[in-house]
Structures are given as C-alpha cells and as structure tokens.
Design a protein around this ligand. Structure first.
Ligand SMILES: Cc1ncc(COP(=O)(O)O)c(C=O)c1O
Length: 343
C-alpha cells in the first residue's frame, strides 16, 4: 500500500529529469568560483526575482541565518512575525549567530497591522537597540501557508524603509504565493530588498535554497557562507536539480493548491469545525481537531496504522501539506479514512 506522507512538502522525491540532470551536470570547484552549473542557477534566480545577484546555499535555514548575519551588527533588532520559522525553528540562530535580538509581533491572518509595525520600530536614542531589519515570511506560517500579496508587502516595506530599515523576505514557499496570485515573482518581491527561497519544498529538488539581492549583499553573504562552513565544492550536481525544479515544477504547484482546497472541503463536509474554509490557502491545510472536541494524538496514530502520515502540532491541531507525489485519488483515500475514524 502506498505511503501517503502529508507531513510536509520537504518529503518530495526528485523527478527522473532531476536525477538525470544531476548525473550529467558539468561541475567545478564552486568555492573557487568555477562551477558553471551553480553560476547558471544563481544568475537565473537573480533574473527571475529582478535582483542583482544570487547565491546557492544548502538550506533555507542557512539562507536565513547568513542573510541576517550579512545585514546586521551585534545588538541590532530584527522585527519578525511571532509564528515565523526564523524566530521559532532555527535553533536560536538569530541570537547565537548574529547576536541580534528578535522583536516578534502578532500577525493576524499573516499580516502585521501597520500600527503594530510602527510601534515596534524603536526611536533612535542612546538607550535603544537599532531596528535594523524587517523580516517578512511568504507564504506565512509553517502550519497555515498564508500567501501575502504585493500590496501588503509594499505597505510593510514602505514603513520599514521610511525608518532606514532593510526588508528581508523568508520566501521558503514564495513560489506558492506567486502561483496563488498568478503574479511574476519579480513583481511580487519588488518591495523587498533581499530574500531567500527553497528549492527543496514544493519544487521537489533534493536540496538547496537561493538568496537574491544586491551584488553587495550577495558578495558579503558568500563570504559569510564560507565562514560557517557552507562552501560546497562540486555543488553543480545539486544545482542541476535546482534548475530543473525552477524550469519544470513551478506551474504544477497549482495542482497542490487545488488538492489542498479539495482536502479542506472534504474535511469540512465531515465536520465543519475541522477547517476554516475562509482562510487564505496555498498547499497547507491546518486541521483543528480540538475545535470539534477531539484529541489529535489518537487520530494521528490511527492514520499512521493505515499508511498515512500527517504532522502533529499539539493536542488539538495537525497540519497536512499537499505536494508532488500526492494526487487527488490520494486525497479521496485519506478522506475515506477520516470518515471512518471521525464518523
Ligand atoms: C518558512 C520557512 N523558512 C525556512 C525554512 C527552512 O528551510 P530548510 O528546512 O531548508 O532549512 C522552512 C522549512 O520548512 C520554512 O518553512
């Protein structure tokens, strides 16, 4: 029986085309700046996002942390959403690696209120940390995947820029937002100064993330990447899969979004309290078993006995992500199971 793994889009397997491209990639020593496949990937990404330069790194976490190291000085402050990956799931890297303090703010449906953002920016003064970076995340929140549109990003970026701050975007799933708004990524990301995105989530490459921004930011980040041991020699083998991911896997994300909506509607038809059908959605379905008086633990275990994996968040909540390798028939299978378990 097929294992249906809905825990994350990070579980995706590389396509046959990626595997072939990896095997035949022309490679060189990337630390010496001699890997043509890495260079092609980096410049392709810079063009796609309308920024000056790009940098291939091993993971989204490394991209976020190297970016913050490049953009800040000890004791600076970075404003982040309270449900962001960079603040919650990166091993305290903001403090440990950059020596910055995080200023988390609430983001209702993924959005800061302009008033909250303005309030969080410190006035300059002898006793104040410097509010240096605003970090946005799009899609927002690991467990909900809320897409943020270009107008919202511009509104937030304008506020930050008016206070001499740099605007950085953790765009691990920015391709999902691009598909959700049917908008070119350069336009969607025009308001931010620099960003990272992951090749190894919905796009299904086996590894890697890309940072893009000004040439000065990327030059500094390349040096910091080396400092933290992120230099990779014949990295073109991995970059080759990234190129296929960007060329072939972006438009199919719509299928994941359709499947997530289909799943959410199916769950709501079992019990309407389970999901918020009105919430903006991409490829993530947040399930609130608690709201229907159920505990998530036993449900996760029961699904697992039937070869279905979902992500346990807490006593009441779970998350499911649709991705490459999961089709509509798989959603029907899991909905039938839910009916049996919850019915
Ligand atoms: C929003 C966000 N940022 C960053 C990351 C980190 O990416 P990686 O797992 O490649 O380190 C993730 C991973 O799930 C993520 O969801």
């Amino acid at each position: 029986m097929k294992l249906l793994d809905f825990r994350s889009d990070t579980v995706t397997q590389p396509t046959e085309e990626m595997r072939a491209a990896m095997a035949s990639a022309v490679v060189g020593d990337d630390i010496l700046g001699e890997d043509p496949t890495v260079q092609r990937l980096e410049s392709m990404c810079a063009t796609m996002f309308g920024k000056e330069a790009g940098l291939f790194v091993i993971s989204g976490t490394m991209a976020n942390q190297v970016s913050v190291m490049a953009l800040t000085q000890l004791g600076d402050e970075i404003i982040v959403g309270e449900d962001t990956h960079i603040y919650n799931l990166e091993v305290g890297g903001l403090a440990a690696l950059s020596g910055v303090q995080a200023r988390p703010i609430r983001a209702e449906q993924g959005r800061f209120s302009p008033a909250d953002l303005k309030k969080a920016i410190r006035p300059k003064g002898v006793q104040s940390a410097i509010s240096r970076v605003l970090c946005l995340e799009n899609t927002y929140n690991l467990n909900r995947g809320i897409p943020l549109n270009a107008d919202y990003m511009k509104e937030m970026a304008d506020i930050a820029h008016n206070h001499d701050m740099t605007v950085y975007l953790d765009g691990a799933r920015i391709f999902n937002a691009g598909v959700a708004f049917n908008m070119p990524l350069a336009k969607l990301c025009a308001p931010v100064d620099c960003l990272q995105f992951c090749l190894s989530k919905g796009l299904a490459a086996p590894v890697g993330a890309i940072m893009v921004g000004t040439k000065a930011f990327i030059d500094r980040s390349r040096w910091i990447k080396q400092r933290v041991g992120g230099g990779m020699r014949q990295a073109g083998h991995m970059a080759a899969a990234g190129i296929v991911a960007l060329e072939k896997m972006q438009s199919r994300l719509q299928e994941d979004h359709d499947n997530a909506t289909y799943l959410a509607k199916g769950l709501a038809s079992i019990d309407e309290g389970l999901v918020d059908l009105k919430a903006p959605r991409t490829n993530i379905v947040y399930i609130d078993f608690g709201a229907t008086g159920r505990q998530s633990g036993p449900i996760v275990s029961e699904l697992l006995k039937n070869n279905v994996k979902i992500k346990h968040i807490d006593d009441g909540a779970c998350r499911m992500i649709t991705h490459w390798g999961i089709d509509k028939a798989d959603i029907d299978t899991v909905l039938a199971l839910y009916k049996k378990i919850l019915g």
